[in-house]
Design a protein around this ligand. Structure first.
Ligand code: PLP
Length: 423
């Protein structure tokens, strides 16, 4: 009853047939399984509990910030890892307690910092000297001090796609250890900055444990050193990045990940923060689409879907691989022929899969792009004036829309005309 499985020859989300959802809401449609979200969160938390750790789990909202998804985690006690003021407002609206929110990102504006300070968030994870200057200035202006954690760049290779690696010295993220003395000097001079912790986040879709061990060890060693120097540190933020199995990857289990964390922080006596994103939501969502046309080219077969890169850009952006699951279960032993699975957008980059072995499929059939719950809907655009895929959540046999499809009038009404064109 959990997640996406074939039953009686049809693909289901929990206990709901995907055909029913396609018929009710139309396609393209993101479908999230609440039971899969809950199970992923509970397992992650239990993995740490079994190590005797009770981290604050700050769900990394940028993976999927639908209010229904964030509320699902908030009701289980989760905090939030935000990277913008928009995510701050979403987190608060979803019922995340302000004192469970950490604010990450290399480009926080003074306005965003003011908003987060006013809300009373837990930590600002700072990434550079000039950002610390801005944080200090906002604190001075408000006549208070800000709880800051330094995001360290441990110069560790996360062994992931270059566009989602963040922990090497050449990435824009985190404070380079070489300039740490300067950074600490600045914090010493600015009463508005209260250094409370250290943070790290070395990348996304990590499928090996070794980079984690290296990054956590670096962070823990620095924590010890700074404590010994008298810095009043209280917390360690281990970031996110735990991968999922899109194809045949074998990422660390949450249990192995928690064990690596426990080994690194043993004896530190600090509050622990985790920022999982993809791991909690990736497998809990699919993108449901309909085959519009089957086009037989001279070189290959094309399946043209009603979903496009404006709905799910991961294949285009990261060469990502999403499994394709026909809603009508293919017969055992059905012949597999390669097909390019593409969208209708006027870009050659608008594809979901290339030369993918697929069973015979006909126009009008529905097909699901698997593992689309993370970095899917949140990256949607209205390119080609296409309303992005609608979103629905299923829980057991229940289902409910969680983001209705944008209608054309609303889409157009977001623009307005300058005076000289209003004649
Ligand atoms: C993106 C991000 C995360 C979450 O990454 P996942 O790979 O989705 O787990 C956590 N922390 C920070 C600072 C991030 O930027």
């Amino acid at each position: 009853m959990k997640g996406f499985t074939y039953r009686g020859g049809r693909l289901h989300a929990d206990a709901v047939e995907l055909d029913v959802l396609a018929e009710t809401y139309g396609t393209p449609l993101y479908v999230y399984s609440a039971t899969a979200l809950e199970a992923a969160y509970d397992r992650f938390q239990a993995a740490f509990r079994s190590q005797g750790l009770l981290p604050l789990i700050c769900y990394a909202m940028k993976a999927n910030s639908n209010q229904a998804v964030v509320t699902t985690f908030a009701q289980r006690g989760a905090g939030a890892d935000i990277v913008s003021e928009g995510e701050l407002h979403r987190a608060l609206a979803a019922g995340v307690a302000a004192d469970k929110i950490v604010f990450a990102g290399v480009g926080k504006t003074a306005g965003e910092i003011r908003a987060a300070l006013k809300a009373g968030i837990y930590r600002f994870n700072a990434e550079s000297l000039p950002e610390l200057e801005t944080l200090a200035a906002v604190a001075d202006e408000a006549g208070c001090s800000l709880p800051v954690a330094l995001r360290i760049n441990p110069d560790v290779d996360a062994k992931t796609h270059e566009k989602i690696a963040t922990g090497k010295a050449e990435n824009k993220f985190g404070v380079d250890l070489k300039i740490l003395p300067e950074v600490l000097e600045l914090i010493r001079q600015r009463p508005g900055l209260r250094l409370c912790g250290l943070a790290v986040h070395i990348g996304s879709q990590l499928v090996e444990i070794a980079p984690y061990r290296a990054a956590f060890a670096c962070l823990a060693a620095l924590y010890r050193d700074l404590k010994a120097e008298g810095w009043p540190l209280e917390s360690l933020d281990l970031g996110g990045g735990l991968g999922i199995s899109y194809r045949d990857e074998t990422p660390p289990t949450p249990e192995a990940y928690a064990e690596a964390a426990a080994a690194a922080v043993a004896g530190l006596e600090c509050d622990l923060i985790c920022e999982p994103g993809r791991h909690l939501v990736g497998a809990a969502g699919i993108l449901l689409a309909k085959i519009l046309y089957v086009k037989q080219g001279s070189a290959r077969r094309f399946l043209i879907l009603d979903a496009a890169m404006n709905d799910l850009i991961r294949p285009t952006l990261y060469e990502a691989w999403h499994e394709l699951l026909p809603v009508r279960q293919p017969a055992a032993g059905a012949p597999l022929e390669p097909a390019d699975v593409v969208g209708p957008i006027c870009e050659s980059g608008d594809y979901f899969a290339r030369a993918r072995p697929l069973p015979p499929l006909a126009a009008g059939e529905a097909i699901a792009l698997s593992h689309a719950g993370a970095y899917g809907a949140v990256m949607a655009s209205t390119y080609n004036s296409r309303p992005p895929a609608a979103e629905v959540m299923v829980r057991g046999g229940d289902f409910s829309p969680v983001r209705p499809r944008l209608d054309y009038a609303t889409l157009i009404a977001r623009d307005c005309l300058p005076e000289w064109l209003r004649r």
